[in-house]
Design a protein around this ligand. Sequence first.
Ligand code: B12
Length: 476
Amino acid sequence: MLNVAFVYAPIGHCSFEENLRVVDEDFGRLNPLSLSYAAAIAEKAGHRVTIVDANALRLTPADTLARLRPFRPDVLGFSLSTYMFHNTTRWMKLLRDALRVPTIAGGVNLWLYPRETLEHEAVDYGVRGFGLRGLPALLDALERGIDPAGLPEVVARSTSGEVVVGEVDWKANPYPELPQPARHLLPNDRYYSIISQRRNFTVMVTGTGCAFTCRYCAIAPLPRFRNPLDRVMEEITDCVRTYDVREIDFFDADFFGQRKAAVELCECLVAANLDLEWSCRSRIDILDASLLELACRAGCRRIFVGIETPDPRALRAMRKKVRVSDVRLTLETMRRIGIRPLGFFMIGVPGETHRSALATIGYAVSLPLDYAQFSRMIPKPGSELHEDLKKRTRADFWADYVLGRPVPARLPNFHSRISEDVIEAYTKLAYLAFYYRPNHVARALLRMRSWDEISRSARTALRMLTGLKDRDGRKP
Ligand code: B12
């Protein structure tokens, strides 16, 4: 048995990301779901496991070390996203050097860039895919002093120093074997999101991947599986009864995408009559009054929908199959039923001009939305847009980023007709126009339920209004 410590290093803002710095930084403190799945796999394999959520507990590396030392870890585990690669590997290096134990990295960045990740001095081993076979096999090999290079799902350096990437069966559905995420190892009372209203709050998923193939999306290429209904209900009731969870944010890319399964889940939630409210993300074109009424009875209070732009040509170019004509009516129906809509919008879409960017802002402000999130459209790692960029530039921006090579200050943008600086300025303008119009402020204040929520919003408002400096220190 090994002592395995998983560390969730603080997440912040990466300058190439789609969101503004203030949005990323004030987004909330959310539970490390991927890491708690990995922790559960290690526990199921018979190891002694802990998670230190340095992000939620606002720990420094020294505080984290103080918590790790009494546990006497034999190995440290971290989840790596591409954007947070350098933030997380900085922590990996500090902790590994202090504790002198090997590190294991997992998460989506390992799926995309296994070799590049292993080039980093702080990463000793990687686990690719869902890790159901890889993590137990790697821990077993470490315990027994066997060379793990070549094991399925394991990424390791061979004795000659070359990186060996283990086979992954991307078609294998992980859910029958995947244990419930290890929430018993998390500080569940610490979590909240910028718009959550109740505590305890948690993030959950009922499946992975998405049925659609929007060209800008990084989730579309990921394998698509759904957790069976009884397992999802078990996780939800466990959250409510064991961890006092009163609000869940389902992070599935398209919660209602498999309508039958989503309807069954809502029916089970109605029958279970739990003291629980939830939110989710969904395509707007599949939402109708009967589905929304059922969801509302089941506790759904907010749905986040991708509207992106009112420009049908740009929507077609992005393969976002949404009809602009349906949007307003669906949002009105949502509100009438008692579900607050959040719209996602993008600035810098294909063919974007000054005029169309302003039209997107005007459109967002005109819609019956309670919240809106505006992002810059960027070629995300793994997305089709990034594949296009690779062909055009004959370079892999994200691979270079992971490798720590010099990369341009901005991701190259071939799709829109305005510069990245201008796109960023419009993104900021969009937030100001949406959130600081008098009737929105009045409605938002009336809606707030706790001092916690009011102070969070006021802080973000202040940062938004005073922090107009560009993320790189330049004025837009
Ligand atoms: C829930 C979620 C979150 C949660 C929890 C994050 C966490 N690290 O635990 C929150 C909201 C906090 C979050 C934050 C962020 N997220 Co997120 N998130 C997701 C989401 C929707 C689901 C993840 C999930 O639980 N899936 C289900 C489980 C079963 O699969 P899994 O996550 O892949 O985990 C399995 C394996 O990967 C592996 N594994 C994972 N970690 C580890 C670690 C070790 C040591 C081992 C051995 C194995 C292992 O084992 C797990 C069990 O099988 C995914 C999209 C998706 N559908 O995958 C995006 C996604 C992973 N997130 C993404 C991003 C960008 C972010 C943020 C950078 C956003 C931000 N600006 O803050 C941060 C970064 C977090 C970090 N530490 O790096 C991107 C990553 C893209 C990329 N290439 O980097 C994704 C793909 C979504 C997207 N927009 O494209 N996220």
